[in-house]
Design a binder for this molecule. Structure first.
Ligand SMILES: C[S@@+](CC[C@H](N)C(=O)[O-])C[C@H]1O[C@@H](n2cnc3c(N)ncnc32)[C@H](O)[C@@H]1O
Length: 502
């Protein structure tokens, strides 16, 4: 396997069998394999009792050599050594409206693409996010299909809901009829274990009539326990996996035209149809970066996580009354010019002051001028709200930002109605919020764009009062250096669940 070509070969009989079954190949058909590798799909196609004509591309010269040798005596198999994404013949062919009967692939994904290549790809695929190659393979291959031609791809599932793939989603929803999407963990795929997403196998049919595409219903199947279940889908009718049905028009009209799949239909329903979202009641913004934290950032103690490489704060330099200063966004003129900053890290409810940022007039001027620094969303600095770390491994967390600076690893959430801060604090630490955000974005990331999409439901006055009381109890306990009663958190979880009706 060579890293540069992202060659994760499909070494799983169950996966290959399922994909071939979905491809429904017939006698005399033309089949395209855009990135052949060692020819796992070609072998199966070639073993069929009837004849098909196979056109295969591959970029890696070593793999091409082996393929040419392997299929030397097969006149029906043509191997081309080329970059499939920029090949002129294919690009022209895709505009001619002819096309292959069938296309099957396990395209490369997740690799680094250098800047020149990105520019070249952006010119060729202006509506797509070109830092991820698998989406480009999918897009071009759909255009290489004849009308009613079928395509089966095994790819990451990020194109289904990430904001940057909206162009591809809309293209698929209006140019193809999706048949089935099977979602499963990447660990099903031998030798692949990437944390950032799951894998899926998508089967779709090219369709030139937009209305027919939008009226099409398709199935999403999830909940597989192992890869064998995938290969024997029909023998395991409903036991482990679950099938969900969607109309393409509904997905197209969804928020961001994204597909949200959840075991609990109430969750997807709410995500798609709620009247109010977090972004409607609060500003959600990323915070500050000095451009050179080694120089400007100070921890209070070397025992804090990741503190070793920084100089410790000299406490006489801490400014406590910065809120009283005029023009705080211009910096502090006195000798005590360090201000508390809230950083990432999965701490719930309240983060003590552990880090300080150089906020001298001179440094602030420097931040504003520097290309490396991020003096972004500054009108929210030193305001009252909550902070959610951009990355959370298992459970999303939130802590108060009490009129402090917050850094770029945090999304600051500042509700217009300040009376909602404690409720939002309880909500963002709840399992309900976790289920919602992980349905909206199944990866471990919580950028502000996704946080804004989370449905917001205002509790009844009584529930709000109770939520505020319990949250305040937790915050007070933490401020006094005590552990907070776990029962409070449990009740809060239940109350939020009740408000959301899950
Ligand atoms: C994930 S592997 C899959 C190989 C094979 N189809 C399989 O399923 O085992 C992807 C293959 O795409 C090839 N590849 C990468 N970029 C390519 C490109 N731009 N054009 C054609 N092939 C490419 C790699 O060399 C690699 O063999």
């Amino acid at each position: 396997m060579e890293e540069v070509y992202r060659s994760y070969y499909t070494k799983s009989d169950s996966i290959v069998s399922y994909m071939l079954q979905k491809l429904s190949v017939g006698e005399g058909m033309t089949v395209f394999e855009p990135c052949a590798g060692d020819g796992v799909f070609i072998d199966r196609l070639n073993d069929m009792e009837f004849g098909v004509s196979i056109d295969a591309y591959e970029l890696n010269p070593k793999a091409v050599e082996l393929l040419k040798e392997k299929y030397r005596d097969n006149k029906n198999i043509k191997i081309t050594h080329s970059d499939m994404l920029t090949n002129d013949t294919l690009l022209v062919f895709s505009n001619m409206g002819r096309g292959y009967d069938r296309i099957i692939a396990n395209p490369p994904y997740g690799g680094w693409i250098d800047y020149d290549r990105r520019k070249q790809l952006k010119r060729l695929y202006p509506v797509l996010y070109v830092k991820e190659t698998y989406t480009l393979f999918l897009y071009l291959c759909v255009q290489l299909l004849r009308d009613k031609g079928i395509l089966v791809f095994i790819i990451p599932d990020t194109f289904l809901n990430l904001h940057m793939h909206i162009g591809l989603r809309r293209f698929l929803l209006t140019n193809t009829k999706i048949g089935e999407i099977c979602l499963f963990p990447s660990s099903f795929f031998p030798n692949v274990n990437f944390g950032y997403s799951n894998l899926c196998i998508i089967t779709l049919q090219r369709c030139h009539k937009e209305k027919e595409c939008l009226d099409n219903d398709f199935k999403v199947i999830t909940g597989f326990r192992n890869v064998t279940e995938l290969g024997n889908l029909n023998q395991f009718p409903v036991r482990h996996h679950r099938a969900f049905s969607f109309k393409q028009r509904e997905i197209y009209e969804n928020f961001d035209s994204a597909l949200f799949v959840s075991e609990n239909p109430k969750i997807t329903d709410l995500i798609n149809n709620c009247a109010v979202r977090v972004g409607d009641i609060a500003d959600c913004v990323t915070g500050f970066y000095s451009g050179n934290d080694k120089k400007h950032l100070r921890p209070i103690s070397e025992n804090i996580k990741n503190a070793k490489k920084y100089r410790l704060i000299d406490k006489s330099q801490i400014c406590y009354d910065y809120l009283l200063r005029e023009n705080i966004l211009e910096g502090i003129t006195d000798s005590n010019y360090f201000v508390s900053i809230v950083k990432g890290g999965g701490i719930k409810y309240f983060k003590p002051d552990l880090w300080y940022m150089d906020w001298s007039v001179e440094s602030v001027k420097g931040y504003k001028a520097s290309k490396r620094a991020r003096f972004q969303n500054s009108k929210y600095y030193f305001k009252y709200g909550i902070g959610v770390p951009m990355v959370s491994s298992t459970q999303i967390t939130a802590a108060l930002i009490e009129n402090k600076l917050f850094d770029q690893s945090i999304v600051g959430i500042f509700p217009e109605n300040r009376g909602l801060v404690y409720y939002l604090l309880a909500f963002f630490n709840s399992s309900t919020c976790n289920r919602l955000i992980r349905t909206i974005n199944p990866s471990a990331n919580n950028p502000s764009n996704y946080i804004k999409k989370i449905p917001f439901i205002l509790p009844s006055d009584n529930d709000l009062k109770e939520i505020n009381r319990l949250t305040q109890g937790i915050v007070c306990a933490l401020k006094e250096g005590k552990e907070y009663p776990e029962s409070y958190e449990q009740i809060l979880n239940e109350l939020v669940e009740k408000v959301y009706g899950f």
